[in-house]
Design a protein around this ligand. Structure first.
Ligand SMILES: Cc1cc2nc3c(=O)[nH]c(=O)nc-3n(C[C@H](O)[C@H](O)[C@H](O)COP(=O)(O)OP(=O)(O)OC[C@H]3O[C@@H](n4cnc5c(N)ncnc54)[C@H](O)[C@@H]3O)c2cc1C
Length: 462
């Protein structure tokens, strides 16, 4: 541990809380969503302003501390915690100002999607947000941003108008298409590599407050028919339709017949943002093919849909995540996914398949750091478990790795890195593909010492 921290020095000019081991609140503040990562930082600097962030960045850099940046704490890879280092914690910065006429907002990075959606839905506005309401807006937006609205509104990052960013040398910059446009390009997909975002200006869309959505619970033996049908149907479906097909276990909830509790099902999550009448028509062919045993699709608040899956991924659960973009959902790919979905190693494991397309392709391939906008489907393997034993962990990790291996012939050569627990150098390079060199040049310009390296790291060239 650094002498400075061992001596319990304080960050000068810092207004928020500074938590060290033994302080009241330290243990709560260091907990990450992924219980696999039990990090013990030497100092957690809970920022309440951009000035605090500047002071913390300068303090960390000048004292040679390893720095982790934390907003919502949902990093699958545990990047937002660090042993014996400095956590720059933005979770207390939760202001949001909404301009309903302009359909924009200015939001701070400590907001979760539940908080963000709650505020914007008062005005009947939304942007593509995470599927778990406890996820932070910052890490999700900077890394890409996928959600039920992506076919209608594009990726979350596509809706960024500007951001305030604290760079490694402690400068406060604005990034937009007119100011520091290179930085603006890079933070839309390059995540936390170039600085700490302390404010986001985001474009919003008219959505809700009521939508037509929910969950269809179907027998697993319908899986092949459902996916084969969805492949065709979603290729031309209206952008108002967001869908996910998931291999999951039925929750022991009152709305699920008792004989189905914990049983494997194929769940279809539906988010239709048009009228109920149109939604019923659009859903009719899906209902016919899926033959759901449980039909919970109806009019519901958008915010209710956005928190519907929360119970399946509580804070502190253990998780290992893999994901890939698929070029096409071929018959063989479907057969493999159905087989893998049937081998889930535990009841909390989810294999989620999402049709992409729609507004994701409105942004040009080179407009942001995020490419592969023509991918047709994506799979997310969320291998989640509670049991702390090593055998259980091994089985869960092995399932996700085997699945990825088996799906290799159908996958693109990279993925948006937020979705995966494995983001070593090769994976990062492959995922950015031809954009890696441009990102590396940005890293050289904004963070040549790689101060911000606890992330899907883009290494400086020297
Ligand atoms: C259960 C679960 C469900 C998920 N569902 C979705 C989903 O539906 N859609 C989707 O797109 N993604 C999803 N993700 C992935 C999610 O987007 C990433 O984990 C994201 O990083 C979480 O954001 P956060 O602010 O909570 O992250 P944190 O853990 O706080 O931060 C993760 C990393 O993001 C960077 N970062 C965070 N805040 C800042 C900042 N203010 N400035 C600069 N860099 C910053 C840092 O590099 C940090 O290490 C999910 C993850 C999990 C675990």
């Amino acid at each position: 541990m650094s002498d400075v921290l061992a001596g319990a020095a304080r960050i000068d000019g810092f207004s928020g809380e500074q938590l060290r081991p033994g302080d009241a609140g330290y243990d709560e503040a260091r907990i990450l969503w992924n219980g696999l990562f039990d990090r013990h930082p030497a100092l957690i600097a809970r920022c309440i302003s951009t000035d605090d962030v500047v002071a913390a960045v300068n303090y960390g850099r000048e004292n040679g501390l390893e720095i982790a940046v934390r907003s919502g704490g949902h990093s699958a890879a545990g990047h937002s915690g660090v042993d014996d280092g400095l956590v720059i914690d933005l979770s207390q910065m939760k202001r949001i100002d909404i301009d309903p006429d302009a359909q924009t907002c200015v939001a701070q990075p400590g907001l979760t999607w539940g908080e963000f959606d709650g505020a914007t839905q008062i005005h009947g506005l939304a942007v593509t947000g995470g599927r778990f309401s406890t996820t932070g807006i910052a890490g999700l937006l900077l890394g890409s941003g996928s959600g039920w609205l992506e076919r209608k509104c594009g990726l979350t990052a596509d809706n960024l108008i500007s951001a305030q960013v604290v760079t490694a040398d402690g400068r406060v910059l604005r990034a937009s298409k007119d100011e520091n446009p290179d930085l603006f390009w890079g933070i839309r997909g390059g995540s936390g590599n170039f600085g700490i975002a302390t404010e986001f200006e985001i474009g919003l869309h008219k959505v809700g407050p009521m939508i037509y959505g929910g969950l269809l619970g179907c027998a697993p033996d319908r899986a092949t028919e459902i996916l084969t049908f969805m492949r065709e149907y979603m290729a031309t479906a209206p952008e108002d339709l967001g869908i996910g097909v998931a291999f999951v276990s039925a929750p022991p909830e009152p709305f699920v017949p008792e004989e189905m509790h914990f049983a494997p099902i194929v769940g279809i999550v539906v988010c239709w943002t048009g009228s109920k009448e149109e939604g019923e028509k659009v859903l009719a062919p899906i209902r016919e093919v899926a033959q759901p045993g449980v039909d919970m699709v109806g009019e519901m608040p958008y915010v209710a849909l956005q928190s519907m899956l929360d119970g399946g991924g509580p804070y502190g659960i253990r998780g290992y995540m893999k994901a890939e973009l698929l070029q096409e959902m071929s018959d063989d790919a479907i057969a493999e996914l159905v087989s893998q979905g049937g081998q889930r190693p535990g009841p909390m494991v989810q294999l989620l398949l999402e049709p992409l397309g729609g507004a994701i392709g409105d942004m040009g391939e080179d407009d942001t750091a995020l490419g592969r906008r023509d991918a047709s489907w994506c799979y997310h393997a969320l291998s989640l478990w509670m049991d702390p034993s090593e055998e259980v962990a091994e089985a869960h990790v092995a399932w996700a790795k085997n699945l990825t291996q088996a799906m290799k012939p159908y996958a693109r050569d990279g993925v948006y890195l937020n979705f995966t627990s494995d983001d070593d150098e090769d994976r990062v390079r492959a995922s950015y593909g031809p954009k890696y060199e441009r990102l590396q040049a940005l890293k050289d310009k904004y963070d040549p010492e790689n101060l911000f390296h606890l992330n899907s790291n883009i290494k400086p060239s020297s």
